[in-house]
Design a protein around this ligand. Sequence first.
Ligand SMILES: Nc1ncnc2c1ncn2[C@@H]1O[C@H](COP(=O)(O)OP(=O)(O)OP(=O)(O)O)[C@@H](O)[C@H]1O
Length: 287
Amino acid sequence: MTVEVRGLAKRFGRTTVLDNVDLRVGPGVTGLLGPNGAGKTTLLRCLATTLAPDAGEISAFGLDPARHEQRTALRRRLGYLPQDPGFYPHFTVFELLDYVAILKELTDRSRRHREIRRVLAEVELADRARTKVRKLSGGMKQRLALAQTLIADPDLLVLDEPTVGLDPEQRMRFRALASRLGESRTVLLSTHQTEDVAALCERVIVLTAGRVVFDGTPEELAGVAAGRVWISDTPPAASTLFWRTADGRYRTLGECPPSGETVAPAIEDGYLLLLGATSANAGEGAA
Ligand SMILES: Nc1ncnc2c1ncn2[C@@H]1O[C@H](COP(=O)(O)OP(=O)(O)OP(=O)(O)O)[C@@H](O)[C@H]1O
């Protein structure tokens, strides 16, 4: 396993944000799902060595980020896409990547510039190399953030909501890139997009209130809702989650509606059931 986490705990003030998290993540693409505030970013920050946990152990490539020298060695093998990458707005795209590449110890100028051209091509920003960062669109900034993550070809990629702000074409390109990387590297990404998990991840971990509540394949997550997704001509009781589909029928998650027929569940259904969300939005579906 690339990453092993045991008994990880983190509090901010009185709030327990990570509560005894155990994880093992190996090569391939693993998705981290969880509602807002579940602790995903906090967990990824601990793995990316930007935040020290209060308790527990992390080992990545056998290295312990709590130890200074091992932390440095780990950072050499790590690419981290933070949720809010702070960019210097007056840098050009190329200057910014050059700066990051220097921090990543690419000291040879021509090798470094080759590497920058490589990552710019990966995220389709080659034609923006001379553009100031402040002039990029939101989606382009996100791709620039991804580009800096790829510099020096890290073995472990920790990506916090990498598809936020990407248009559909760029999301597809990201999936292609991430799955290619996942063939030989370890990619751990957080997302709210269950479609990305379905399309891309071999494994999915669900975190809620700082605890791992599911760890399995996307199919197994969908399977949580097996026999609990229905299509019917009449709306169900208002206490279940349902909506009217384009063909005028009702899709219900949870209790069987009158004369309902079961349909195959999606990952999102399993995820929502796991979070106990079937009555949280009761009746909204009829709107
Ligand atoms: N530096 C901090 N100081 C205080 N509280 C924090 C800090 N960072 C995170 N938190 C709190 O920790 C909890 C978990 O936050 P975190 O950002 O890890 O969640 P998340 O699962 O990534 O959420 P989202 O999906 O909204 O990005 C939240 O209650 C948040 O307010």
